[in-house]
Design a protein around this ligand. Structure first.
Ligand code: IVH
Length: 750
């Protein structure tokens, strides 16, 4: 495609197509093509743009992450102020609001409201000019905010260009940027693993992510945005009502709350509030109330605003989630992995709908940072269904001579030494399963709903079983007798019978659940599922080494595309002589993505040019620090390997399997039976699908796919226009396959 018109047409076609699929995926939750197809479109566009950089425009889907980090944020003057909302804390206060609206509008009857949840994120204003996103700004003080365009552009549900037609020439849209709860938990899990800073809640995480100077960082954060209002509008009109105008935003590709409703009168408004409050914990994002807006825009205009809040809107807030109370004592709890957690015992206080008398202090570093002491008056927070925590101390209310708390030197449960490794925040009991507290927690976790799901084996019962010395490890729960259980306090024949049945039932499980139930440090449900999916066999996991989890550590800054480009270059240009210093030479080759900084890192990594060439013989992926299994980094891999190396753990697993725990085989063939295991492939030439797809397919069958042909290569998969690799393979007498030949081979090997 050399004709410039057809190139730019194709580029436009691809952008439209990609924008459409982005919208289906991120805004409508309704993907219509597989990821591989989407990737193919994106790659084609990237390829064309690389060949024709003059055709790149800022609204191209390839341009979400801008090139360079900012030095500082620019200030943005909002053309229309970004208002805040008045609050109502009860139904009466809401009724008073409705009355004021009625009086001002001179209406007797019911008022139509547009209602939706009040998101707990941060307000952002998007400015579209001629349908293109030109600016995004935070609320700031309402009249002046910060320019966060570079970061907001990375949020996949925010369109860089509006879809459809009929949008005003200038359209300012306001909404809330937030981090969904699941993304927040995942983010913190990773941060914890890497020893990086965790965020206290999704709101702070969203704010912190938007306040990054480097958009590449923001791009990795799972942010989303719902739009709920308008700023400046010129060169076009919206609808007559707020709700219809918001629906127009949806048609233009912006994301709006799926909970948006129009409601008439107090009764409907109250029902909606109850309904949302009841589903609060189940929603995928944090909310702190419901916002009601008078729906008719003409009425909004009549009502106007006072100070900083409109008279036509109100936020009905959920009951307070933060309260003041007093710390009665600080105790230490021992968790499943022996982690010793300081817990504040509190004067009971009603927070966010429940009475709270304990709050976690996380670890000793937190205690020191917040400087919490016995007798202190503190703020306690309970957000959704998470464990209540101490937010901060009011130092002015501290009693004189209140002493800082010390970490105990021995475990409060079993008396073993407490160990706090240098540089780690968590202190641990060294007693292992000798420590009854750890045994209890291990069994509670094992029996929990998302693990082995042993109905009826609740916390109280586990405690009794361990306190009575009935189990020495968790596998022993399967040998409990009817008589033993029935003999426990408040247990009878019937409940013993039920528990025995529940234990029996739990034996049929899945590999993922079983792995999760074992309570390997760092291995949560997601990781357990990834392990089961990847290895498909318990034995394979038990025998895996760290390197089976992690590919060779890579060079910072080299992504998959650059690694592939480097391997590609050197396999096409075999044995080119290095001219001058390795670094300058590399940087001068014109390989996509290989700039002088990366060249410097490569040069620093390899002592000699010989070594560098040797590295090139192996897979391009040796440059990329990529875990084979999503979410598993070196530290977690170490934990997993260490777990399966402990004799005690192996014994427990054997006992559990002997007790009859089993699962259905995971669908695809296990590693050992993979038809292409141990075979090395090189792919070249033009095939019917992108080479990367063939690579993935071959890898899934156990093959190793490398960048260049050598004596060790078993097969060359060659498409049309194959060049030097084909020649080399012929020279070395390597089996050459076309696509048909590959199919044939797979049939033969089956
Ligand atoms: S409407 C003029 N709707 O609440 C009214 N605000 O307390 C503009 N907020 O700064 C706001 N969810 O950050 C509106 N569905 C929603 C909201 C919402 C969250 C925030 C917004 C605003 C603050 C005001």
């Amino acid at each position: 495609m050399t004709n410039p018109d057809s190139v730019s047409e194709r580029i436009q076609q691809l952008r439209d197509e990609i924008d459409r699929h982005n919208h289906l995926y991120y805004v409508l939750d309704d993907p219509q093509i597989p990821d591989s197809e989407y990737d193919r479109l994106l790659r084609e566009l990237q390829g064309l743009e690389a060949e024709h950089p003059e055709l790149i425009t800022p609204d191209s889907p390839t341009q979400r992450v801008g090139a360079e980090p900012l030095k500082a944020f620019d200030q943005v003057q909002h053309r229309l102020p970004m208002l805040s909302l008045d609050n109502a804390f009860s139904e009466d206060e809401f009724a008073a609001f409705e009355r004021r609206v009625q009086e001002r509008l001179g209406i007797d009857g019911e008022i139509l409201f547009c209602a939706e949840p009040k998101l707990d994120g941060l307000a952002v204003s998007l400015r579209y000019e001629a349908g293109v996103l030109v600016q995004a700004a935070t609320r700031g003080d309402g009249s002046q905010g910060e320019d966060v365009t570079h970061n907001v552009r990375t949020i996949p549900s925010v369109p860089l260009r509006l879809l459809g037609k009929g949008w005003p020439g200038i359209l300012e849209v306001r909404g809330e940027v937030f981090m969904p709860k699941a993304g927040f938990l995942r983010f913190n899990e990773t941060a914890r693993r890497l020893g990086e800073k965790e965020f206290v809640n999704p709101r702070n995480a969203a704010a912190g992510s938007l306040r990054q100077l480097d958009p590449k960082i923001t791009a990795t954060r799972p942010l989303d945005m719902f739009c709920y209002g308008f700023g400046e509008i010129e060169g076009g009109n919206l609808a007559d009502s707020h709700s219809a105008s918001i629906v127009m935003l949806k048609q233009w590709g912006l994301r709006i709350s799926p909970e948006l409703r129009t409601l008439s009168g107090l009764k409907q408004c109250a029902e909606y509030f109850e309904q949302i409050a009841g589903r609060r914990d189940a929603l995928e994002y944090d909310i702190d109330g419901v916002v009601y807006k008078v729906d008719r825009l003409a009425d909004q205009e009549k009502l106007g605003f006072v100070a900083r809040s409109p008279r036509w809107a109100i936020a009905r807030k959920f009951p307070a989630q933060e309260e003041l109370t007093r710390v009665e004592s600080i105790e230490f709890q021992v968790g499943r992995t022996g982690a010793i957690t300081p817990v504040a015992r509190l004067e009971p206080v009603f927070v966010g709908g429940v009475t709270v008398s304990n709050a976690t202090l996380h670890n000793m570093d937190e205690v020191a940072k917040k400087d919490v002491r016995v007798g202190d008056t503190v703020f306690v927070r309970r957000a959704g269904d998470v464990i209540p925590e101490v937010v901060r101390v009011l130092p002015e209310r501290r009693e004189t001579n209140a002493q800082p708390v010390q970490l105990p030197t021995t475990c409060p449960e079993c008396g073993s030494d407490v160990i706090k490794p240098e540089g780690e925040a968590v202190a641990r009991c060294s007693g292992g399963l000798y420590c009854s507290a750890q045994r209890k927690e291990a069994i509670k976790h094992f029996a929990s709903r998302r693990a082995m799901d042993i109905e009826g084996l609740g916390d109280k019962l586990v405690e009794m079983i361990v306190d009575n010395g009935m189990v020495s490890d968790l596998a022993d729960i399967y040998s409990l007798s009817h008589a033993q259980i029935a003999g426990l306090e408040r247990m009878g024949d019937k409940s013993a019978e039920n528990l025995i049945q529940a234990l029996e039932k739990s034996k049929h499980t899945t590999l993922a659940r079983f792995l999760y139930a074992l309570g390997i440090r760092e291995v949560g449900e997601v990781t357990a599922a990834a392990l089961a999916d990847h290895f498909r066999d318990l034995k394979a996991i038990m025998q895996a080494q760290v390197l089976d989890f992690i590919q060779v550590a890579g060079i910072k800054g080299i992504g998959r595309a650059t690694a592939d480009a480097i391997a590609e270059y050197f396999s096409e240009n075999q044995n080119v002589a290095v001219d001058g210093e390795l670094q300058e030479w590399l940087a001068g080759l014109g390989i996509r993505g290989l700039n002088s900084k990366i060249a410097q890192r490569i040069a620093a990594r390899y002592a000699t040019q010989e070594e560098f060439y040797q590295a090139l013989q192996s897979d391009a992926m040796c440059y990329v620090n990529r875990s084979l299994i999503e979410g598993i980094g070196p530290v977690m891999a170490e934990h997993i390997v260490a777990f399966f190396h402990q004799t005690h753990n192996l014994e427990v697993i054997q006992k559990l399997l002997d007790a009859g725990i089993h699962w259905d085989e995971v669908a695809t063939p296990a590693i050992e039976t993979q038809t292409l295991a141990g075979k090395s492939f090189v792919i070249t030439g033009t095939l019917s699908r992108p080479r990367s797809e063939f690579k993935e397919d071959l890898q899934a069958l156990g093959a190793k796919v490398v960048g260049s042909v050598s004596k060790k290569t078993d097969y060359l998969l060659a498409g049309s226009d194959a060049g030097s690799k084909l020649a080399k393979a012929q020279q070395l007498g390597i089996t050459i396959l076309d696509e048909e030949g590959l199919k044939q081979l797979l049939v033969e090997l089956e």
